[in-house]
Ligand binder design. Sequence first.
Ligand code: GTP
Ligand code: SPV
Ligand code: MN
Length: 632
Amino acid sequence: MYALKQSQRIFRTAVSQRRLLTISASPRIANTLPGKITQFIEDNANRSKPRNIHVCDGSENEFNVIMSKLMEDGMARNLPKYDNCYLVQTDPRDVARVESRTFISTTRKDDVVPHGQNPGVGVLPNWMSLSDLDNIVNERFHNCMNGRTMYVIPFSMGPVGSKYSKIGIQLTDSPYVVASMRTMTRMGEAALDHVDPDDFVRCLHSVGDPIVPGKPVNKWPCNPEKTIIAHKPETNEIISFGSGYGGNSLLGKKCLALRLGSYMAREQGWLAEHMLILGVTSPHSSKKRYIAAAFPSACGKTNLAMLTPKLPGYKVECVGDDIAWLHFDNKTGQLRAINPENGFFGVAPGTNASTNPVAMKTIFNDTVFTNVASTADGGVWWEGMEPTNQKITDWKGQEWNPKSGTLAAHPNSRFTSPATNCPILDERWEDAEGVPIDAILFGGRRPEGIPLVYETFNWDHSVFVGTTMRSEATAAAEFKGKTVMNDPFAMRPFVGYNMGQYFQHWLQFGQQPGLKLPKVFHVNWFRKDAQNKFMWPGFGDNIRVLDWILKRIENNNSADAVSTPVGLVPTRDSFNLNGLDNINWEELFRIDRPFWTEEVGSLRKYLNDNIGSDLPKELTEQLNQLEARIKA
Ligand code: GTP
Ligand code: SPV
Ligand code: MN
């Protein structure tokens, strides 16, 4: 195929019903590809019937060829203002994850769906029977790659060779997915060198839009009516059809690292979480501390992971911005985390030199931008970026008039950049054992009622605070508007099994002897005042919250915190507000009884309706205690 031919060798043929299919790969791959992987390729080629097949080696040359193809097909264009950067524009119907079409498929429904008394559609993972899924897959994938190349992507989630890493093989007919997977995962020969032919995750993806002779070819092929993202955790399989966007199609990310990951984690005694990991060094602290934080999609993980401290003498370093795999070290009981990813798939809007200067230093080389706006001088632009006097073309390719009231960039537009671009990447970011975690933060977008930060009382309370996380809906998925939704542990869209059992898995660590349980905090950067303005400056000033958290980890000095019905909040003296004006401390930390009474009521209803008899009794007890403290 294409220009790759010279450097490749055709090593095997698979008999299809109508013709011979050739598989091309580098000589090294051709000589070593395990039979079980070849079989996986052949079986799917026979059903989906691509025009040809290419096994990716992950090389720079291969990336360049893929990008040339995307440009030739009109799917990408080069951004001459930067170094090796591209802009991709999707079909406006394919711009975000689609939770309503995401399924976990297991033998027993009970393993996925809790026994809620009145379960709401779409509030927890959807289940599908294995046979229904089989039928859907056979129907959807029959001939679906006609006219296209099937790419074979070997990839490692986690540093290649670490005992905590997992290897997947993704088949896809999207060259955009290949280019993205090269940045977001460790892709190619190195992953194949470490694959266990009896233990790899089978990932199947198609945009579901075959090329039919005589019919126009879509620039961004997709099939929104038939989109489905399905997971078979019992057999380590992922099947995704119809979407080429983000977590729908880069199957290492949410599908493997979180949905299958969480399922494996429960079986094997670890945790796969929607968390950033950062290192923080303070002038008052004896050593660098690592913190993991779970916020729902588009609620500030990338920004916190890349924070530029507004307080002098502090340093934040980035280990990961979206996913953490955590385990307790079985010798010392220390909690440790690795970042299974290799890059950032970050939200573009809102990113600028004052909110996130580190991101601005990360994303202008070797980056693919998707659905941002472009400028006449070959650059990019989005809402929140510094003004430009260049003409702007919006994400749909139309000339943009700032007065039109439309958005130039899609609110879920993204950059895909290699982790190694990040100027504050932590030196231990690829540590095979993971970095030690001393604190976990939970948080969300809560315009009302929730204080800037509070600490939990004990482990059961920590699990309760994770369980009862709520946040405003964002553009990262298909929801419209800003309703406050329940999002336990920021994992509602990503948990791979019964949410009640997931809570139980978190709780049981509290019963295990010898574990060093991290301190747990809840944060909210998004509380608003009566004028609908954020009460807290956020971004670089969030270091002030981390500073207080470090104090709590290191001294546990009771003078630093006061108890409220919801948790421990900072005393004003213990919290560094130097140089900040206009902070309404009282309002930022106010615990309003009517608000919390209502909050407890809605939490009780949510948990009864959706988790029901699968809710661990410890969490009902925590809810009762919270209610009693609020009443007292
Ligand atoms: P996913 O990649 O979808 O998981 O998102 P994320 O959790 O990494 O969120 P990200 O850091 O990309 O932030 C999402 C949006 O929230 C961006 O528009 C940010 O500018 C904005 N944001 C992040 N941190 C803050 C903050 O401290 N205050 C305010 N007001 N906005 C913030
Ligand atoms: C999220 O939605 O949490 C993301 C983006 O990180 S996606 O990879 O599309 O899921
Ligand atoms: Mn995310």
